[in-house]
Design a protein around this ligand. Structure first.
Ligand SMILES: [Cu+2]
Length: 208
């Protein structure tokens, strides 16, 4: 390779690296109630306008401990398998009657042999037949770009290819059942979004 060719080669690889950096967009989201109080455990996800090559869904786990489901809210991509390890000394009987996923894990201790596959998008509400106070939510989404808000109501969707997205936000305490806030957002770099949800304050569950 002569000098000018080597220079061209260097320039091209530099451009490749630069274009990769530019392509990695993100959305920083803050979710509050109508009075501006931050909402923890809101599910935030971005659906690309142009469907990307599908990414295999990651598995998840919802533990039972202290007669609670941990975590309270889980978000998975459609097709994900979820295991339900029982780490209590009492037995649990986990079920969901939700159309998004109807299933039952009859009275068991330890880890059930087979995980549950959440093969349809939507929201599944989980309960336990023995312990009425036990509740958990699984939001099944058709995109690999999803997360949950932290205690400050903040969430970051990172590594998004540039383009147009439907940014969707859901919270289990929202007044209108299964309401999902939707806004269109164009991702070119580090984007910001604010979402206000009409929630029932008395429906908030303390996880700490
Ligand atoms: Cu139970």
């Amino acid at each position: 390779m002569n000098q000018s060719k080597a220079f061209k080669y260097l320039c091209m690889s530099g451009l490749l690296i630069a274009s990769k950096l530019v392509l990695a967009g993100e959305i920083n989201v803050i979710v509050t109630d109508l009075s501006g109080n931050p909402l923890q455990d809101a599910v935030v996800y971005a659906e690309p306008a142009n469907k990307q090559a599908t990414t295999a869904p990651s598995a998840a786990s919802i533990e039972q401990k202290g007669r609670k489901f941990i975590p309270l809210v889980t978000v998975v991509q459609t097709g994900a398998s979820v295991s339900f390890p029982n780490n209590d000394t009492v037995r649990h009987h986990v079920y969901s009657f939700s159309p998004a996923k109807t299933f039952e894990l009859k009275l068991y201790s330890g880890v059930p042999a087979a995980p549950v596959i959440f093969d349809k998008s939507g929201i599944a509400v989980l309960g336990c037949n023995i312990h009425d106070q036990m509740i958990a939510y699984v939001n099944i989404v058709d995109t690999p770009y999803f997360t949950k808000t932290d205690v400050n109501g903040k969430a970051k969707l990172a590594d998004l290819p540039n383009g147009s997205y439907q940014l969707k936000t859901w919270h289990y305490a929202v007044s209108k059942e299964n309401y999902t806030d939707t806004q269109t957002i164009s991702v070119k770099g580090a984007e910001q979004a604010a979402v206000k949800l009409d929630i029932q304050a008395n429906a908030l569950i303390m996880t700490k």
